[in-house]
Design a binder for this molecule. Sequence first.
Ligand SMILES: NC(=O)C1=CN([C@@H]2O[C@H](COP(=O)(O)OP(=O)(O)OC[C@H]3O[C@@H](n4cnc5c(N)ncnc54)[C@H](OP(=O)(O)O)[C@@H]3O)[C@@H](O)[C@H]2O)C=CC1
Ligand SMILES: O=C(O)[C@@H]1CCC=N1
Length: 264
Amino acid sequence: MKRVLFIGLGHMGGSLVSGIAKKAIPGVELYGFNKDVEQAENLAKKIGNFKILKNLQDLEKAAIDVIVIGVRPIDFNELAEELNQYNLANKTIISMVNALTLDKMDSAFAKQKDLSLIRMMPNMNASIQESVTALTSKNASEAQMNFAKELFQACGFVTEIPESKFATFAAIAGCLPSYVFTFYQAIVQYAEEHGFNHHEAMEIVGAAITGSVHNAEQNTNSLATMIKQICVPNGSTIEGQKVLEANDFDGIIKKALKAANDKA
Ligand SMILES: NC(=O)C1=CN([C@@H]2O[C@H](COP(=O)(O)OP(=O)(O)OC[C@H]3O[C@@H](n4cnc5c(N)ncnc54)[C@H](OP(=O)(O)O)[C@@H]3O)[C@@H](O)[C@H]2O)C=CC1
Ligand SMILES: O=C(O)[C@@H]1CCC=N1
């Protein structure tokens, strides 16, 4: 039996726990600890298969094997100090904390013996089991990495990448749902300003966006060729494309990704 404790059950930690609890992986027991215990208890009521620790010191009694850290970056040092009051020898620590490198994790837990460290970057689509999650590790064995992969595959697609690509991954996958929702929102707002109600607009634009992505995934043509095929000469699409180009749409997207990448 592997006992996995999630610390920090907010938007991301809570979504991951929900996905994993739904899958009910044999041999895995899920535990949670959150600063606000009531928030943790409410989550436990919703998902089942999930035990709440009222105090962090209970992690010793519960014989936790794997700790998944899901607190905000600003709260990490305080949590690490608290965790260092306990003997974490031989445990696997997995962190989803943005911009927290394996070296920083290593220094934060320097006094602990024989820890295996894994850094992860999920995205919010874990709430519907469609996260794209990257993993990278420092001294985790193949078996420990395989366990982490199996755990997070309950929430979507998992890939192992070198840590040198983690900041870019955060921009193009971790942060991406926010940018896609911004694009979706702008089109929905336009539709509403032109006579569609909110429900119709969400449905129509949502189907057009997901259909476009599925089409691009399945099509053997490049994205550039697909764009050309939609831009009928003297038609409508090209007029919109001209506005996007004149306003450096690609450049704006890349600038946004770079800003996120630089902070990750
Ligand atoms: N949101 C996202 O899309 C993604 C987030 N991440 C990473 O996930 C982490 C969490 O983000 P997110 O879920 O959005 O943040 P939230 O603020 O929603 O959740 C963090 C939770 O941790 C709790 N917490 C803070 N300190 C402690 C502590 N010492 N012990 C136990 N619980 C604590 C907070 O409680 P309280 O509010 O009471 O302080 C809160 O419930 C971040 O490090 C972020 O970088 C990674 C990928 C995507
Ligand atoms: O904004 C953040 O820092 C986190 C990391 C990826 C998505 N949200």
